[in-house]
Ligand binder design. Structure first.
Ligand code: FHN
Length: 476
């Protein structure tokens, strides 16, 4: 739900984007100006928190092979020169995750407060976690045999969590796949076969799992794929026609000039900005009024299971801060999990899920369905807004216990404030006008108030703004 402060802001943003460039005619650029307004996208927008799961045969070596530690992202180990390709390509014969219990994963996600999840049906290695009839390199050829995607879709849907399917365009297992554009007639034929194969698999996924809400594409940066703009665009339309409300991010296709994510006119391609991987924008203006998500790893850059996490590992406090920061800029935040080769979610990730979930139970109201509030950013935390209320999430409590909030000139003003967790009142101090004729308020945290975690103050806003006399700006 978007209300008073953000509405003004978004209109201004969109007008800014529309005026920014001289448009050129594009056949395969953005097919819509501005955000999608349908119920499916609105539901996605309100999720706030998502879970990513990277799982595949790379979970078996878990970043180590023949006793040697692989320092890169574990799901890329096949590309490591010390890992023989032949060994990797036979790992599927060992894939038998007897501990895998999709319902357990889904319950854990639900307890964490997750509203949608993204599951790797096929990563760059080409191994399919569903029994695709277009290749034998699938879970059906493993000792495990059972359709993993089916179990995930059923278990998460039963918990009320929306499922989106990750699909890698890169496929190291398909003989027609290549990253550079095909040159010889033979290469062209092989690449055409790869395209048909890719399209067939995508149609198969939507046919087999019709309840899924979106496709999350990856690996579409290959020049060979980028050059197929017209074909990829028509494939996207076909997929959308199969699944009402299907959500596809900006990582699927390029325009006819090879521009990805944002087309040659600067407009977002498809439904949301998918460029924010392990990164969060500095401020909302960077996003040009578009929907977006941020996908984040818990260790520095591990998506698939790595048995030996090194370097800094994010804490639940780090992730909660990122989550609130994203929602305060109208984005969703997605935390990645990499289960091991037997189907277990590692204890570090389980602890994160538990801790984030505990925090979300008390404070999720400040995030689910909430939007950006156009208030000046303050060093103590972040603002979100929903239904006439401002939610102020405090991460850095000032030593004087006074939270400054500046309300712009003409905006509605606070009438009541209280802690979200227990409803106890917070004193509002009118601190006068600021230089720009806005109003400065202080919200007084009682000195005896103790909090070991970030906490939320709800600010109820006056709905009818009186027109006041303006303060004369100092002449400087
Ligand atoms: O190469 C992949 C990586 O392994 C992982 O899947 C991430 C998730 O966003 N995407 C690619 C890198 O951008």
């Amino acid at each position: 739900m978007r209300t008073f402060l953000a509405t003004f802001f978004c209109l201004a943003m969109m007008q800014g984007a529309a005026q920014a460039a001289d448009s050129i005619a594009l056949k395969h650029g953005a097919h819509r100006a501005g955000r999608r307004t349908d119920v499916h996208m609105q539901r996605w927008r309100e999720h706030a928190l998502g879970q990513f799961i990277h799982w595949g045969v790379y979970a078996i070596p878990g970043g180590q092979w023949n006793g040697k530690y692989y320092p890169g992202a574990a799901e890329w180990i096949r590309s490591w020169s010390e890992m023989p390709k032949k060994d990797y390509d036979n790992l599927y014969k060992q894939f038998n995750p007897t501990d895998f219990d999709a319902q357990r994963w889904a319950r854990q996600a639900k307890d964490m407060g997750v509203k949608y999840m993204i599951f790797t049906t096929k990563h760059h290695d080409g191994f399919c976690l569903w029994p695709s009839r277009y290749t034998s390199y699938t879970v059906a050829s493993t000792p495990y045999r059972k359709d993993v995607v089916r179990q995930i879709v059923d278990a998460y849907s039963a918990e009320g969590i929306d499922v989106h399917l990750y699909f890698s365009i890169i496929d190291w297992n398909h003989k027609g796949y290549r990253s550079a554009p095909p040159q010889t007639p033979k290469e062209v034929v092989a690449y055409e076969e790869f395209k048909t194969f890719t399209a067939n698999q995508l149609v198969e996924l939507l046919t087999n799992y019709p309840t899924i809400k979106g496709l999350w594409f990856d690996g579409s940066w290959d020049k060979a794929w980028v050059e197929q703009a017209a074909w990829v665009d028509s494939l996207g339309m076909k997929l959308r026609a199969m699944s009402s409300g299907l959500i596809i991010g900006s990582r699927f296709r390029a325009d006819e000039y090879g521009k990805r994510h944002y087309d040659s006119n600067g407009n977002l391609i498809d439904d949301y900005d998918q460029t924010w991987e392990r990164d969060i924008p500095e401020n909302i203006s960077v996003l040009r009024g578009n929907d977006w998500d941020c996908v984040m790893t818990i260790p520095e850059n591990q998506w698939g299971y790595h048995s030996d996490w090194r370097g800094y590992v994010k804490t639940s406090a780090d992730l909660i801060e990122m989550l609130v920061r994203c929602v305060a800029m109208d984005g969703n935040f997605v935390v990645n999990f990499g289960p091991d080769g037997r189907g277990n979610i590692r204890p570090e990730e389980a602890a994160i899920a538990r801790e984030v979930g505990e925090w979300m139970r008390d404070n999720g109201q400040a995030l689910y369905g909430a939007a950006h509030a156009d208030l000046k950013q303050q060093g103590w935390g972040y603002f979100t807004q929903k239904e006439g209320k401002i939610y102020a999430t405090v991460f850095n409590r000032p030593v004087n216990n006074l939270l400054s909030v500046e309300f712009p000139r003409g905006a509605s003003l606070p009438v009541e404030a209280y802690f979200l967790v227990d409803g106890k009142p917070v004193e509002i101090i009118n601190a006068g006008r600021n230089k720009r004729n806005g109003r400065l308020y202080k919200f007084a945290i009682p000195p005896g108030y103790t909090a070991s975690k970030p906490f939320v103050i709800v600010i109820e806003m006056q709905q009818n703004v009186p027109s006041g006399e303006d303060y004369h700006q100092a002449k400087t």
